[in-house]
Design a protein around this ligand. Structure first.
Ligand SMILES: *[C@@H]1O[C@H](CO)[C@@H](O)[C@H](O)[C@H]1NC(C)=O
Ligand SMILES: *[C@@H]1O[C@H](CO)[C@@H](O)[C@H](O)[C@H]1NC(C)=O
Length: 523
């Protein structure tokens, strides 16, 4: 998750409900506005033609420059300052904006005496999505939700409880019209045996309605009184409901968004410190890219991506994979992984990528990640192109960071805030953090999020390596073209592939669970 951490959550979700409202100006046009429109069209045409010619001239000049300076260093070859606004501004949003308010059909919830307790699983982002999903589940089942327990067993072994990471009172209060949430089970229910259930992921409304039978069916028997009574508490073993694609009623989907984006905010201390770090970053140079550089040991070992590593490093990663029981796939062909676009970009590749997109050498690049594998040795291939690479440790003091050490989820939360607020967010791997942030940034107004086309890029990088391609204008054009539609603009969701029927469709649709994340694996 967060930090490193690749993230967890399913990501899921988030894209859909944010584009539900579109505003069209619906004024009839008068004759005079017709003339204005015609003039306007002519103007646009003129600008277009002018642009076309001036660009052609520019390109010729650049080609010449490149030929003349082919001996120079890479950094000097490339134009240092490209039209800079374009690099930072949000993509065209077509007037789409978030709308998550309840519809007029939405009814107040029914207060009952049924309770759900849940142990949320995964890293920070996976838990966040899971918790928002549990709000929807509680609503569908007319149950009171007890504040979820957090995962202490995931990869990072964080012992934080809910209120260490999230603003618990705000969470309860802001959902008070949707679901009743309580901090703890009432004392008289603590000793009552609970119906334990592992809810099926990717289920729809019908499934959850069916599940309400558990309360009646499950008999909690007491040895002391020899009485059996229907249980009033269901304990859910995991929060992996994966509700994004399941044909749920609109109001339930909107509720998920309200839960995730309005209710589930970080604790005041994390929020304040995160914002402070953002300010410090901005004081460095104004705008910054947040790079989720998922080039971490666990990720590389898990995915079997050893491209560019020494044989000693590859062996170290292989052993880690071999010895981690819950990573099921042991034999991985690194070459095949890479050409299929399944590997995180390497620091060197990221450097070439950001440069090819046109960002100047002076760009501030914040690294939202844990420890980069190979440390300085690998990182230098990025810092040689972008010297203003910034780590948390460079904008916070040791004392400030001390309370976060050994609390991976809280550190992840800081990276989440910094990445959410960044001018550009760029993940190097399509994990849960990447998708959670992409969705959240879209929700907040289509903030620029550049998602690398790793498959296409590998193709380009390989040509670069074999000498078929050189760094320069052609490379820039290829890379830019590949990413024109990958900047976080609104887009239609892709449905499940043809031929998949029934509930399998939910799972096959995009934003499904990402099997590529070590932390999503439950021990
Ligand atoms: C929940 O309560 C609503 C009324 O508020 C009712 O229509 C619905 O059937 C209930 N659902 C379940 C699963 O009990
Ligand atoms: C890995 O896959 C590549 C490409 O398919 C192939 O050329 C190579 O021989 C494979 N390596 C091993 C060790 O199987």
């Amino acid at each position: 998750m967060g930090t490193n951490r690749g993230g967890s959550s399913s990501s899921s979700s988030f894209g859909r409900p944010s584009f539900c409202c579109k505003m069209f100006p619906a004024k009839p046009s008068s004759p005079s506005s017709f003339t204005i429109i015609r003039l306007f069209v002519l103007l646009i045409l003129f600008i277009f033609i002018f642009n076309f010619y001036s660009r052609a001239i520019l390109e010729d000049e650049e080609n010449l420059n490149l030929r003349l300076s082919s001996q120079d260093s890479v950094a000097q070859q490339l134009p240092q300052q490209l039209p800079s606004e374009k690099l930072w501004e949000a993509p065209f949003s077509a007037g789409l904006h978030s709308c998550v308010n309840p519809t007029s059909r939405y009814q107040a919830f029914q207060e009952g005496d049924h309770y759900i307790t849940v142990r949320s699983n995964g890293g920070l982002n996976q838990m966040r999505t899971g918790i928002a999903d549990m709000i929807a589940v509680s609503r569908m089942m007319n149950a009171t939700l007890v504040i979820p327990e957090l995962d202490r067993r995931s990869f990072w072994q964080d012992k934080s409880i809910f209120s260490d990471i999230f603003d618990e009172d705000h969470f309860i209060d802001s959902l008070k019209h949707d679901v009743r949430i309580i901090k703890k089970l009432p004392p008289e229910l603590l000793s009552v045996p609970r119906a334990r259930k592992h809810f099926t992921s990717w289920a729809g409304l019908g499934y959850y309605e069916e599940m309400t039978k558990l309360w009646a069916d499950y008999q909690a028997c007491s040895f002391r009184t020899l009485l059996c009574l229907p249980s009033t508490v269901i304990h859910v073993a995991k929060s992996d409901s994966r509700l994004a694609n399941n044909d749920l009623p609109l109001d339930i989907q909107r509720l998920r968004c309200r839960a995730l984006y309005h209710a589930l905010i970080f604790s005041p201390s994390i929020e304040t410190f995160g914002k402070k770090l953002v300010e410090r970053l901005r004081s460095h140079g104004g705008r910054y890219i947040s790079l989720h550089l998922r080039y971490e040991k666990d990720m590389l070992a898990f995915s079997g991506c050893t491209y560019g590593l020494s044989s000693a490093e590859s062996e170290e990663l292989r052993l880690l994979r071999e010895n981690t029981n819950h990573w099921k796939v042991k034999k991985i062909n690194s070459t095949e992984q890479r050409i299929s676009g399944l590997c995180p970009l390497t620091p060197k590749e990221v450097g070439i990528f950001i440069q090819a997109l046109g960002y100047p050498q002076s760009t501030v690049v914040y690294i939202a990640a844990g420890e980069i594998y190979g440390g300085k040795a690998h990182l230098s291939e990025l810092t040689s192109r972008f010297p203003n690479v910034v780590f948390k440790e460079m904008i916070a003091t040791e004392e400030e960071l001390e309370i976060y050490s050994n609390h991976a989820s809280q550190t992840a939360a800081l990276d989440y805030i910094i990445s959410l607020e960044s001018d550009v967010f760029m993940p190097t791997h399509s994990g849960n953090m990447a998708r959670a942030l992409e969705g959240h940034r879209r929700f907040l107004g289509h903030r620029k999020t550049v998602s690398p086309d790793r498959k296409g890029l590998v193709d380009i990088f390989d040509k670069l390596e074999s000498g078929q391609l050189k760094e320069g204008l052609t490379l820039q054009q290829l890379v830019k073209h590949l990413h024109e539609k990958r900047q976080g603009a609104p887009r239609k969701r892709e449905g499940a592939p043809d031929g998949i029927k029934g509930r399998a469709r939910y799972k096959a649709e995009e934003s499904r669970v990402h099997k590529d994340l070590p932390i999503t694996v439950i021990m």
